[in-house]
Design a protein around this ligand. Structure first.
Ligand code: PLP
Length: 388
């Protein structure tokens, strides 16, 4: 049996995989088992920040692996500390808890908001308002936080205390917040929900209500964080400062990590024993993440913004392209045909794109070179034309 046949035989069938086995890669080029090369416009769903086998990343991981691959959180290790210090500087928040995934980072933020609610507002103040179309993870609680009905089946009972409002609906938001609300949780750009950018006025409303009604704002930056949108975090596009920020994906550059960042209102909410993780802050993962985070500087962020604008310009007004949403290198392309079929066609033409709901989604490595972007755009336009 080959890998695909064995996968079908031995792995849980939870993923609808494309028929491509990736065996190696460099930068934004992936090679399959047959030796075919692909331009990767998905970067492992916004994970491989500097692409495959990035030299500095590999070196940072290797060096740490040869020293200490793991120790328990009963002892101190420098990579996690340095990573936390860097994230604090980049975010304007105060402290960090390290987990292993986006869902876990969100669990940490939800627990913190609930404890804050109980302490500040009294028993029962655990209500969290989230947005329709959001995606916050696959654990039972983060599924509950996710504002999409499709995720609220089979696994009852779900965690109670979440209410959903339509994205951009200021009146519904205002009505949903009451004295039992401890937090409003948002993605500033919804990723899985279809690359939907939060309107500026809606964000202003959240923060105005926060002032008058006293609740926390949780920014789920699992997908939007770490330079993806052209700022280090997407909330920085709006000039606001959330109380809790979660991130994962691109932070680790390829190895599993999640982080929950705490602002001044909540930096002391979680105490000893309130939360923990065996692998959280693992030195190898943290050393790799540090090598990524340190390189997301102003010059790179400007480049990300420019590349995003470049892609938008190249696609806008072309045959079969209805609209391009998103910021920086997190883009959703509405096409006048079936996006999934377009993506399959692109694979045949050796370019890997993603979908998000009805859109073709682009999440390439932040350092993808322009010639590869040009070729990927050309292929996408060709594929759309063929599907029309
Ligand atoms: N939050 C957002 C915004 C995401 O996009 C995702 C994953 O797609 C998650 C949370 C869950 O992250 P993970 O799959 O690392 O648990």
């Amino acid at each position: 049996m080959n890998t695909i046949e064995k996968d079908n035989a031995y792995l849980a069938s939870t993923y609808a995989r494309y028929p491509v086995e990736i065996v190696r890669g460099k930068g934004s080029i992936a090679l399959d088992a047959k030796g075919e090369s692909y331009i990767d416009m998905g970067a492992g769903i916004a994970v491989n920040t500097f692409g495959y086998a990035d030299d500095l990343y590999v070196e940072a991981v290797k060096q740490q692996l040869e020293k200490v691959q793991h120790t328990s959180n009963l002892y101190y290790t420098a990579p996690a500390v340095e990573l936390a210090e860097t994230l604090v500087a980049k975010s304007g928040l105060k402290r960090v808890f390290f987990a292993n995934s986006g869902a876990e980072a969100n669990e940490c933020a939800i627990k913190t908001a609930r404890k804050w609610g109980a302490e500040k507002k009294g028993t029962g103040a655990y209500k969290i308002v989230t947005l329709m179309g959001s995606f916050h993870g696959r654990t039972v609680t983060t599924l509950s936080a996710t504002g999409q009905e499709v995720f609220h089946k089979y696994f009852d009972p779900f965690t109670e205390g979440f209410v959903y409002v339509p994205m951009g609906d200021e009146k519904a938001l205002e009505e949903a917040i009451d004295d039992k609300t401890c937090a409003v949780m948002v993605e500033f750009i919804q990723g899985e929900g279809g690359v939907n950018v939060l309107p500026d006025s809606f964000v202003k409303k959240i923060f105005a209500l926060k002032k008058s009604r006293d609740f926390l704002v949780i920014a789920d930056e699992v997908q939007t964080g770490n330079g993806r949108t052209g700022k280090y975090f997407a909330y920085q596009q709006y000039g606001v400062l959330p109380d809790l920020v979660t991130t994962a994906k691109g932070l680790g550059g390829g190895l599993p990590i999640g982080a929950c960042l705490f602002g001044s209102a909540v930096e002391s909410v979680l105490g000893r024993g309130d939360h923990g993780s065996t692998f959280g802050g693992n030195p190898v993962v943290a050393a790799g993440a540090l090598s990524i985070v340190k390189r997301i500087d102003d010059a790179l962020l400007k480049e990300v913004e420019e590349k995003g604008n470049y892609i938008k310009e190249k696609l806008s007004g072309k045959q079969g392209i209805l609209e391009v949403s998103g910021m920086g290198l997190m883009l959703g392309v509405s096409v006048a045909c079936d996006a999934k079929k377009v993506v399959s066609r692109c694979i045949e033409k050796r370019v890997l794109f993603l979908t998000a709901k009805e859109k073709v989604r682009l999440l390439p490595a932040l350092n993808i070179p322009y010639p590869l972007l040009d070729r990927a755009i050309e292929v996408l336009l060709e594929a759309v034309k063929e599907e029309l």
